[in-house]
Ligand binder design. Structure first.
Ligand code: GLC
Length: 526
């Protein structure tokens, strides 16, 4: 069967605040993104996913939506959006938006109505409960961003539930009107021509009906561990009923042709937790339930190989894999494993079987930027000291002031290495990270075995991960050295190295000598 675009292609995540500022206010915007499409096309991508662009008070930088069917004014307006979408499609790229249905902003008119009185028709759109007799919250659930999941509301004398900030009240998906309102918001964008959505915390949209207390986490240690993990989220995540809800949402996508639904589910290295969200032929769920395992596993060849093998084995027959190396919530890969291994990681996700997700700036080798606590903007940094600002800093376009991102004052400081690590300088250096990504993306695109072929891992020396991708009789072997010492391996035949992470070899070999931190793609010849 022919592959869908979201199976064949590579998705690039843009954090709109930090991509390109067209009007000098220090914030990226839609016109800025539109001005960089030729770069993204040149790089070799297929689809762009924009983190939320909807009106928002920005308590959680757009993950607190106050209107699902409009644009955050500093980013532009609906005309700018239509212009961007047309320009994306003109280049044969796809555009994916970010839907945040679990919660709205407390400034959303639905919540303003809901909190206005106990008998307001939208009261039940959110989760309101009485205090316990001693005045404490209805249960012991904790917000992911610190403190209880419940906030007392004076006006009506009840608590409301919020899995994240108090500014992000959770919607009540046991109410059919809420489902319809969100479905209509999805339709609004899909009708406009949007190619799909990444759906935020989709596995948390339904809560235990009785709102039972979560049990204590036996591994949690006070003072050592993040306070938000004190209780196991047994009753507040992944509840029975969530699959029915996801199936209903999927049907909205099915009203349109060729759209994709990507779902953010809990970060896990247990492949069956991920593959449990594909649904079945009769009751399909998420096209691409996010696989975040590479962000969590120790960076060791054996750990990665055994995960990939297990994940491959647990995918349902027509379930399509995906791999993520970075996003706006996680430390950048170059910071976590170093830039040499970041090339190995790029070769890994761009040669595995499944849709790769690339976070903006990874192609330049951007690393986390040190943001002093007094400049923290992220509520998770302010409340819990675990700031996500370091991975959200502006993109580096050139070596002019502020890396060409803005003519104004950037909303977050830039990395001091931008005069060297930027698009223009790296395009001029044939072995830069950018040229490596560009070459690798081209190789994946024009090699059917790499985007469509089968996968099988091969026994290999410790510290290496070796696998073969095969399509229509053509075989490619990928050999990745996770160690910083050389490793030798014997090929299952003769081969020709067609790309190295070091970008300096193209030799025919029978014995393969991998240098320290080297990955290679080898075309096997008979
Ligand atoms: C998701 C987003 C994260 C956000 C949270 C609450 O995990 O990726 O950025 O803070 O949901 O919406």
């Amino acid at each position: 069967m022919a592959q869908a675009w979201w199976q064949r292609g590579v998705v690039y995540q843009i954090y709109p605040r930090s991509f390109m500022d067209s009007n000098g206010d220090g914030l990226g915007d839609l016109r800025g993104i539109a001005s960089k499409l030729d770069y993204l096309k040149w790089l070799g991508l297929d689809a762009l996913w924009l983190s939320p662009i909807f009106p928002s008070p920005m308590a959680d930088f757009g993950y607190d939506v106050s209107n699902y069917v409009d644009i955050y004014p500093p980013f532009g307006n609906l005309d700018d959006f239509d212009h961007l979408l047309a320009a994306v499609h003109q280049r044969d790229l796809k555009l994916i938006l970010d839907l945040v249905p679990n919660h709205t902003s407390n400034h959303h008119e639905w919540f303003i109505e809901s909190r206005s009185s106990r008998d307001n028709p939208k009261r039940d759109w959110y989760i309101w409960r009485d205090a316990q007799p001693d005045g404490s919250p209805p249960n012991n659930w904790l917000s992911y961003f610190g403190g209880p999941s419940w906030t007392w509301d004076e006006t009506t004398g009840q608590y409301y539930l919020h899995s994240f900030l108090a500014e992000q009240p959770d919607l009540n998906y046991r109410n059919p009107e809420v489902k319809k309102a969100i479905a209509d918001s999805i339709r609004f964008w899909l009708k406009r021509g949007v190619d799909g959505f990444r759906v935020d915390v989709i596995d948390r949209m339904i809560k235990d009906e009785q709102l039972r207390d979560n049990p204590l986490n036996p591994d949690w240690v006070e003072g050592r561990d993040n306070p938000t993990w004190k209780y196991l989220r047994v009753y507040s995540e992944n509840q029975p009923g969530v699959h029915d809800l996801i199936q209903e949402l999927r049907q909205v996508f099915e009203e349109f042709k060729d759209r994709v639904m990507i779902g953010e589910i809990a970060y896990s290295t247990d492949p069956t937790l991920i593959t449990g969200f594909y649904g079945t032929d009769e009751a399909p769920e998420i096209h691409l339930p996010f696989n975040f395992a590479l962000l969590m596993l120790p960076w060791q060849a054996e750990a990665v190989r055994s995960f990939v093998d297990l994940y491959e084995a647990s995918l349902p027959a027509d379930g399509w894999a995906n791999y993520v190396l970075g996003n706006h919530d996680q430390m950048r890969i170059g910071t976590r494993i170093g830039l040499e291994q970041a090339r190995v990681a790029a070769m890994l996700i761009l040669t595995l079987r499944g849709t790769p997700f690339i976070y903006y700036g990874e192609e330049l080798g951007l690393r986390d930027v040190d943001i002093p606590p007094h400049l923290y903007q992220d509520p998770q940094g302010i409340n819990l000291g675990i700031s996500r600002d370091p991975q959200r800093t502006p993109m580096h376009w050139d070596n002019s002031p502020n890396a060409g991102f803005t003519t104004g004052e950037p909303w977050l400081p830039l990395s001091p290495d931008y005069p060297v690590l930027n698009v223009v300088s790296e395009q001029a250096d044939p072995t830069s990270m950018l040229m490596f990504y560009h070459t690798l993306l081209g190789l994946r695109r024009y090699t059917p075995a790499l985007h469509a072929g089968s996968y099988r891992s091969v026994e290999s020396p410790e510290g290496t991960f070796v696998y073969v991708r095969e399509h229509a009789g053509k075989q490619y072997l990928i050999a990745l050295n996770f160690w910083n010492v050389g490793r030798a391996l014997t090929l299952p035949g003769r081969g020709k190295v067609i790309l190295s992470t070091h970008m300096d070899r193209g030799d025919a070999v029978a014995e393969l000598h991998l240098r320290a931190n080297e990955g290679v793609v080898v075309e096997l010849i008979g």
